[in-house]
Design a protein around this ligand. Structure first.
Ligand code: FE
Ligand code: CA
Length: 549
């Protein structure tokens, strides 16, 4: 995000909040309408339109305005919440009826938040505009909440009311926290499987879910075995990306997981295009491939669609950089650092040809190669080095562990192996700046694993952090069985490995340990698959590295 854009006049949906009837003892929600310090701690800035007038708080509260021209129930995509802070959380929905088109007009949406599921103890309510320019998405940053507290919320428009969502604020900064229950997940190709893993997460009483990207897939499953079909071909325009997102967001198991707790989301490649790197399309130079200019327009459309569909406290993107890296603090227990490994990276080395077993080309060892870009790399290190929490977690897209072959061969140039000097620079700084208890949470690769992360100094390796690789919610395994077998024997740093199962990771974090259960689905091609624990791993505070239990 360009900080300069914060100077424009912005409209904060939450500013329309009024204290609900019967809750006169509650603090008034803050009505700040600017974002003073960047996305890690700010109010959300919405579209730049004037707020509609609302009735004052008291007696009857806020009436739901009519929704002229809305052709059917507009809450088909469910609700979500995200980016929790000790005093605020973002509530999300997007008006998108299953049948018919939304009118090209602003629709006023009522929102409510309560301390009970029956909404008898409503705390705040207000109106937020759903504007066509942003796909009739709604982001409300409700402020004036209490730390470490559970709330329920819902929206209404015209005669329709949304499903009810449950959310939770972060603990107060520095507060002692006994336990954080979180899940992390990635990679949910709609055509390749059902989302039973999300149903399991929804029933797990989590404090927060971290999504590491590949939330949608732009590409079609080639070959047999589709369990359901994408509507339309690979998206390029904003309208096409919106339609793809709406299809994914229609999944009931996914909606249940969003409605169960706040999420922290980043993106990986497929929210735009497979293995794109900054402004370089994977299809650049191929017959029919886009020019740089065309790809930038596609990327901007994809980024906007991401923003429209996710519960994030970020300004909507323009046509250039869209800063999504940001951090969250969970009392004295954990700092959660969310990174962006797509927008600033150097193009993949050596032609990005996968599963090469010969030595890598010289390009891969070029020290100037970057995964995060200089600004983000500095920000990540500073955030980790100044964190005062016991644990520091990195929400990270692609595998960081060193899985290069003994001859220097690189199986996947898209992951950190293809950026090895940048990796060693990062892990070296983690050691030099005494970043303790660093846990890297990783998606992308459609397999489950747990890896010790080492810094290499002149051939001498020291374990400095731990990596937990979640498998995919539904996307197919990528590794041929022969290579998977090789991986098991070749890499002693890999403490757990399962390339065959879909699922997610469910973690319990305490001041003493970070424990993760790898939850796996027996058969992702059935809508009623069952979920169980494949393995449990533990990291002990003060001792970098993973132990399988
Ligand atoms: Fe993926
Ligand atoms: Ca990916």
């Amino acid at each position: 995000m360009a900080p300069g854009r914060l100077n424009r006049r912005t409209f904060l949906a939450g500013a329309l909040a009024v204290a609900a009837a019967g809750c006169s003892d509650s603090a008034s929600p803050s009505a700040s309408s600017t974002s003073p310090t960047g996305p890690s701690s700010t109010g959300i800035a919405g579209p730049t339109i004037p707020p509609p007038s609302v009735p004052a708080g008291g007696g009857t509260g806020v009436a739901t305005p009519p929704a002229a021209g809305v052709p059917g129930n507009p809450f088909a995509l469910g609700v979500a919440s995200g980016d929790p802070l000790p005093d605020r959380v973002v509530l999300w929905t997007r008006l998108a009826p299953l049948e018919g088109q939304m009118p090209q007009t602003v629709v006023s949406v009522r929102w409510e938040i309560a301390t009970d599921a029956g909404f008898e103890k409503r705390l705040y309510e207000g109106l937020a505009p759903a504007v066509p320019q942003f796909g009739h998405s709604v982001h409300v940053d409700v402020q004036g909440l209490k730390p470490a507290t559970t709330y329920w919320y819902r929206f209404s428009a015209g005669s329709w009311t949304s499903p009810i969502g449950r959310t939770r604020t972060a603990p107060a900064v520095g507060a002692a926290v006994d336990r954080l229950k979180l899940a992390f997940a990635s990679c949910q190709h709609f055509e390749e499987g059902y989302y039973r893993a999300w149903a399991d997460a929804a029933a797990s009483d989590l404090d927060v879910v971290i999504h590491l990207g590949d939330y949608i897939y732009e590409d079609e499953l080639l070959g047999a075995g589709k369990v359901r079909n994408h509507v339309g071909g690979a998206p390029v325009t904003l309208e096409q990306y919106r339609a793809r997102w709406a299809q994914y967001k229609g999944d009931k198991d996914l909606q249940a997981a969003h409605a169960a707790c706040p999420w922290l989301v980043i993106w990986d490649d497929h929210e735009v295009e497979n293995n794109y790197a900054a402004t370089v399309s994977e299809r650049e130079g191929r017959p029919g491939g886009p020019t740089r200019e065309q790809f930038l327009a596609q990327r901007a459309a994809a980024y906007q669609a991401w923003w429209e569909h996710q519960p994030v406290r970020l300004d909507p993107p323009g046509s250039g950089e869209f800063r999504i890296y940001r951090s969250f603090v969970w009392g004295s227990l954990a700092t959660l650092v969310l990174t962006d490994s797509r927008q600033y990276r150097t193009d993949q080395a050596c032609g990005d040809v996968p599963l090469q077993t010969g030595p890598a080309c010289a390009d891969a060892a070029e020290p100037s190669r970057t995964m995060w870009g200089a600004d983000q790399e500095r920000w990540v290190l500073d955030t980790l080095a100044t964190a005062t929490t016991t644990w520091k977690a990195l929400a990270n897209e692609v595998v960081m562990g060193d899985l290069r072959l003994p001859n220097g061969g690189i199986l996947n140039y898209d992951q950190w192996d293809g950026y090895a000097p940048a990796r060693n620079r990062f892990l070296g700084a983690v050691a030099d700046r005494n970043v303790s208890n660093l846990v890297v949470l990783t998606g992308d690769i459609h397999l489950a694993g747990a890896i010790d992360l080492s810094v290499d100094r002149g051939g001498s390796k020291t374990v400095v952090a731990s990596e937990l690789v979640g498998t995919s919610i539904s996307s197919r395994g990528l590794l041929p069985a022969s290579i998977a077998a090789l991986a098991r024997t070749l890499f002693p740093a890999v403490k757990y490995f399962n390339g065959d199962k879909r699922g997610y990771a469910r973690c319990t974090v305490t001041p003493a340990t970070w424990t993760c259960e790898y939850r796996v689905v027996d058969d992702v091609t059935r809508p009623d698959g069952t979920v169980s624990t494949d393995a449990t791993v533990t990291i002990t505070a003060g001792t970098p590295g993973v132990v399988r239990r």
